[in-house]
Write a new protein. Structure first.
Length: 375
């Protein structure tokens, strides 16, 4: 992907920055992370009311600063129908401060994918505190333990949650797996969507565990897609070049099967090939996020590497809940952060965990074998 040193790092979130991040985060969100449009509208509303939000780099944190990840948990399809209430943006943070007896220094996204990349902006604007330019996935994943904090053995507690009715919950879990079990059960009772804070930690801990500058990366991706036409580049070609990505398949959505199961949007989509892929078929499997792309028995891309769907003409990302029959797409893939390719990383987010009977093979190797196009 784009080198951190090549990026213009964000220092402030304005309305324009939010527009770019919403698009970039939808690409990195691999179909999940919540609807970026809803997150964008809420974030822009907060900035209009309270003013721009300061963005800080992990190296600007004091070692004793309290940093809290803030996100939505649940099925993206539910959040489309049940817009978060303002009270949901404050109650989990109030509970954290009360439980720990100290003020929060900065808020961060737990994942850089979809709407969850922008949910922290709403709370940061209201509180007048900065957002950390980092996340704990480098993409989006569906479960609470699927974060770099879990890989590093960090304590997820205290965990706080809230719904739009005013209900709030404080929990302590022994690890990220138990957090996922308990938080998912609470989320289902809260109607399939809730706000959540977990893994509150010091600046020193965050510096070791986060994936840095991912908000800046999302911004750069969004800017590339918006500006590519002005520069007379095809948006998808420009994006693949920027992220060292691969064009996996060009096609049209011919069948989409979604179901709500265990608090997730699960399913698969089938695409009939167009252009150079005419006469071929791709299947895409998802659990909130796109996790496995296959052509027949051949894997095209496998979790934890990133799989995104882009509109063939505009290059704009398409999320799992917004994918429609007949959509003309290009499926693209990108390498994940190296932390996910470790043995513990693959145990946590690899294909076997999700029940797919395929091995993980890095997308670079799959592309070399299958002839995927790299810009």
């Amino acid at each position: 992907m784009t080198s951190i040193n090549e990026m213009n790092r964000l220092t402030e979130l304005t309305e324009e920055a939010i527009e770019y991040i919403a698009v970039g985060a939808a690409v990195l969100g691999t179909g999940g992370g919540g609807d970026p449009h809803i997150g964008k509208l809420m974030a822009i509303g907060a900035i209009k009311k309270y003013g721009p939000v300061k963005v800080i780099s992990p190296d600007e944190l004091g070692d004793d600063d309290l940093v809290v990840p803030f996100s939505m948990i649940g099925a993206p399809t539910v959040m489309n129908e049940k817009i978060p209430a303002q009270e949901q943006m404050s109650k989990p943070l109030d509970l954290i401060e009360k439980e720990l007896g100290r003020k929060i220094s900065a808020i961060m996204p737990i994942e850089v994918g979809g709407g969850n990349s922008l949910i922290p902006v709403i709370a940061a604007a209201e509180r007048g505190i900065p957002v950390l330019d980092a996340d704990a996935m480098g993409r989006a994943f569906p479960e609470s333990q699927m974060v770099t904090f879990y890989l590093d053995g960090m304590d997820p507690s205290p965990i706080t949650m809230a719904d739009e009715r005013g209900n709030a919950v404080l929990m302590h879990a022994i690890d990220g797996i138990w957090e996922e079990r308990m938080a998912r059960a609470v989320t289902i009772q809260m109607g399939g969507s809730a706000s959540i804070c977990d893994y509150p930690a010091t600046g020193a801990q965050m510096k070791k565990s986060v994936i840095p500058h991912t908000l800046s990366l999302a911004y750069e991706i969004g800017k590339t897609l918006f500006e590519s036409k002005e520069q007379k580049q095809h948006p998808i070609e420009a994006l693949l070049k920027q992220l060292n990505g691969y064009a996996l398949f060009h096609g049209k959505a011919s069948d989409i099967r979604r179901r709500m199961e265990g608090g997730f949007t699960r399913g698969e989509a089938t695409f009939e090939g167009t252009g150079e892929h005419k006469g071929r078929t791709m299947k895409l499997f998802f659990q909130n996020e796109f996790l496995l792309a296959k052509e027949g028995e051949r894997s095209l891309a496998v979790t934890p590497d990133l799989i995104s769907l882009l509109d063939q003409d505009t290059g704009m990302p398409i999320t799992t809940e917004n994918l429609k029959y007949g959509a003309r797409i290009t499926a693209v893939g990108f390498p994940c952060d190296p932390k996910w390719r470790t043995p513990k990383g693959l145990d946590t987010v690899g294909p076997k965990y999700f029940g797919y009977d395929v091995p993980f093979v890095p997308i670079e190797e799959l592309a070399a074998k299958k002839g995927a196009n790299q810009a």
